[in-house]
Ligand binder design. Structure first.
Ligand SMILES: [Zn+2]
Length: 328
């Protein structure tokens, strides 16, 4: 008897589905659309750390820079586990030249060492109240240092900038190079040996990183949309990365190669947070501004905006988006 009941149940169920096939398929399609739409609409809920593939380490023996797919540990361990299966291992290479050598290299090749101490606001003080905050400075939205690049604002099509070498294989916008090197020297003088993990990336490099990750997901069986979503959580969509205009740097220190939240608590992470504005750099994606930037806390990603804006934003606890909202 029970078998008969089960058979009858499935018979009626099949009959019901056959009669209502249109209604059921519409409901299913609506659900799929809702799921896709909601995941695109709320980027702040999407983990976004780890978009720093293609990181760089320096071989101490050869002095050569090595590219490696650097997995970022961002608390999303599922993602991390998956990626480690694909061979994107965390770089653990102790043969990394320190910034002394890096700076010496630059100075030797260029012969323009700048040893003068930093003037004005770069005095060693943590009392921000006493500092001039540049609130009456005439900021311009056309200033190259203040260009806004994020998920909503792509790099302008004809954007051009002068490129200069930091080391043989590392480049940046030439106009900020002196401030960058000054920052590294100042840190070094206080016993903090900063190292750049990822400097300027060409658009093509960014595209390659992105495509490579996409392919990995598609090969694993994800749909195009799913693969795109997962990839864009880990790697900035090409055309939207500050690395592509030579204004952003992923920075950690000697012996610390992971781009993760714990870096913030290291001496170098703290030093950068407290002092980078004196050299024109800001922590671009602060912890308490994730709902505005749409990007998870990235204590390693520093963006050049110039001393005036960096000081203003730091002393007023503003992120780049808030600065733009208030000033422009
Ligand atoms: Zn970065």
């Amino acid at each position: 008897m029970p078998v008969l009941f089960v058979c009858m149940f499935f018979f009626h169920l099949a009959d019901y589905m056959a009669r209502n096939v249109k209604r059921l398929s519409m409901t299913a399609i609506s659900l799929v659309f809702f799921a896709v739409y909601s995941s695109f609409s709320f980027p702040m809920f999407i983990s976004n750390a780890g978009f720093n593939a293609g990181d760089i380490s320096i071989d101490a023996d050869s002095g050569e820079l090595e590219l490696s797919e650097n997995l970022v540990e961002d608390g999303e361990s599922e993602e991390a586990d998956e990626l480690s299966k694909f061979g994107h291992d965390v770089v653990e290479d102790d043969n990394t030249a320190d910034i002394d050598a890096l700076l010496a290299d630059v100075e030797n090749t260029e012969g323009n060492a700048t040893d003068e101490p930093d003037a004005g606001i770069s005095e060693n003080t943590t009392d921000k109240e006493e500092l001039y905050d540049y609130s009456d400075y005439d900021f311009s939205r056309d200033d190259w240092r203040l260009i806004l690049i994020n998920k909503q604002h792509s790099i302008p099509e004809n954007y051009e900038f002068p490129i200069d070498n930091i080391t043989n294989d590392m480049q940046c916008d030439a106009r900020l190079k002196d401030d960058l090197l000054d920052m590294f020297k100042a840190a070094n003088a206080e016993g903090v040996s900063l190292e750049i993990r990822s400097p300027y990336r060409t658009h093509m490099h960014q595209q390659e990183n992105f495509d490579k990750r996409m392919e990995t997901y598609i090969r694993k069986g994800y749909s195009y949309v799913e693969a795109f979503q997962r990839t864009s959580r880990a790697i900035t969509v090409p055309g939207h990365s500050e690395h592509e205009v030579g204004l952003a740097f992923d920075i950690t220190c000697t012996g610390y190669y992971n781009l993760d939240e714990a870096f913030f608590k290291t001496a170098a992470g703290t030093w950068l947070y407290e002092n980078s504005y004196k050299y024109g750099f800001i922590l671009r994606y602060p912890k308490d501004k994730e709902y505005i930037t749409g990007i998870e806390f990235e204590p390693w990603h520093y963006r050049y905006v110039g001393v005036e804006a960096a000081t203003y934003m730091t002393l007023n606890d503003m992120c780049m988006e808030e600065f733009w909202g208030e000033r422009f």
